[in-house]
Design a binder for this molecule. Structure first.
Ligand code: ATP
Ligand code: MG
Length: 437
């Protein structure tokens, strides 16, 4: 068998179900979004943190919480074949960030504002807006106790969505108070659900005595009316918690963020306290939560660190990109400024030097390269030039080579204009090729 034949025995491999390839030109939309994220994070003075994708399983069992959907049924966990360590592909990144902060004593000299972007893994049923590998952007402010940071983090999401051009996204808020308040509410909640035990689904029966608050987070439509009538945690909050919550609301309003209190918002994870929030849209069907977060003052201690107040959020980027696309604000697919047509292989060394000079001067140039060895016809090269979306074709032909020059031909808007430029002074005319920013 030669290199040019397909092996009849080689089975074609495909990506794991629920894990997607992101291909050009779609990947350009991701880069566009990531650029906007980096710019805005810089303006808010949030700094990038990159933690491992694999962490000890215990980090999520303790951090995310034993009775959460994530830990109960969604984690990709495995044993390290070499040393038997229990490991997990991160299903979320807050525990990883806090682990790193404790390990490196990040908050020794004051609070830290951090953000991350990267893949997360959850073994869920794949469907629209729900994948097994998906990308989250997250921001975490570590070591700040005041409500102004809760508000700052929500304002950051609001501004990001503005930069993405998103419309019709609602902000829902609630407060989970502090542990003693949640304990008092817990008793009332258990009593309420016990009275109507036959209406609880299997998950909720199991959670009733382990973590009844989580029942409020159920997605089971059959339980919604039961949950609607449950005692509200807000009624159990003391003055300090109410004050914290009020300040968050006042600051958001002062900054032009419209919010709505949702007393049943508890969020799916165990570590939250005080402010919790979600950014929600009605335009993506059932998977309408774009971003969720809250304060988690207890997580550092839970993971063996010094008690440290903290607050943060995570955003699902597939859902955000789908909404951007659905609302019609699709960034233009990228195209090079110029396409190099090379009808004569003898011109290659000079042509490649000239392209390097143009690229150094800020021009993007795509070089024609043939699928099979040997130069393609001018006609087929021009076809490719056109398809590339380039504004100009650069023709490195024999005549041009003799004159140490290149022919520059406009491909758009009439397309007739053609001129010859000397390769000796590329830097002087390079800027005339830059059609885009
Ligand atoms: P959901 O209620 O949709 O299951 P969640 O509460 O499990 O979300 P979080 O753990 O708060 O989600 O994660 C933050 C964000 O990450 C979600 O709001 C969502 O946008 C996104 N997200 C969560 N799970 C997935 C997934 N399997 N595929 C794509 N995006 C996801
Ligand atoms: Mg979930």
């Amino acid at each position: 068998m030669t290199e040019k034949e397909t092996d009849p025995k080689a089975e074609k491999l495909t990506a794991v179900k629920g894990m997607n390839d992101i291909l050009p030109p779609d990947s350009a939309r991701w880069e566009w979004l990531e650029d906007k994220v980096r710019t805005l994070m810089g303006r808010y003075a949030y700094r990038n943190i990159r933690t491992p994708i694999v962490e000890p399983t215990a980090l999520f069992v303790r951090g995310t919480g034993e009775t959460t959907d994530i830990v109960e049924k969604e984690m990709y966990s495995f044993e390290d074949k070499l040393n038997g360590e229990a490991l997990t592909l991160r299903p979320e990144n807050t525990p990883g960030v806090v682990r790193a902060a404790i390990q490196h004593n990040l908050t020794y000299d004051g609070g830290k504002r951090l953000y991350y972007m990267g893949p997360m893994f959850r073994h869920e049923r794949p469907q629209r807006g729900r994948y097994r590998q998906f990308y989250q952007l997250g921001a975490e402010a570590l070591g700040f106790a005041g409500p102004e940071v809760d508000a700052e983090l929500m304002l950051l999401v609001h501004e990001l969505f503005g930069a993405f051009g998103l419309r019709n996204v609602r902000v829902e808020l609630n407060s989970l108070g502090v542990a003693a308040e949640r304990r008092a509410h817990r008793g009332a909640l258990i009593a309420y659900f016990e009275q109507q035990r036959e209406l609880l689904d299997a998950d909720s029966q199991r959670r009733l005595h382990m973590n009844p608050l989580r029942i409020l987070d159920t997605k089971n439509p059959a339980m919604q009316s039961l949950v609607q009538g449950a005692p509200q945690l807000l009624d159990y909050l003391g003055d300090e918690s109410l004050q914290h919550f009020d300040t968050v609301k006042t600051l958001l309003s002062a900054c032009g963020v419209q919010w709505r209190v949702n007393p049943r918002l508890v969020r799916g994870l165990d570590y939250y306290s005080h402010t919790v929030f979600e950014f929600v849209t009605d335009e993506l069907g059932a998977q309408g939560t774009l971003c969720g977060g809250g304060r988690y003052d207890g997580l550092f201690a839970l993971l063996g660190g010094k008690p440290t107040p903290a607050v943060g959020w995570g955003m699902g980027l597939e859902r955000v990109l789908e909404l951007i696309q659905q609302q019609g604000d699709i960034p233009a697919a990228p195209a090079p400024d110029a396409y190099a047509v090379i009808p004569d292989a003898a011109a290659l060394p000079r042509a490649m030097q000239a392209m390097q000079a143009l690229r150094s001067a800020g021009v993007s140039v795509q070089m024609h390269a043939s699928l099979s060895a040997g130069a393609d016809s001018m006609k087929s090269q021009f076809k490719k030039a056109d398809a590339s979306g380039a504004a100009y074709a650069l023709i490195f032909g024999g005549d041009e080579l003799a004159e140490n020059a290149v022919t520059v031909k406009a491909l758009r808007e009439g397309g007739a204009a053609q001129r010859r430029q000397s390769l000796g002074d590329v830097a002087l005319w390079a800027s005339t090729l830059q059609s885009r920013t």
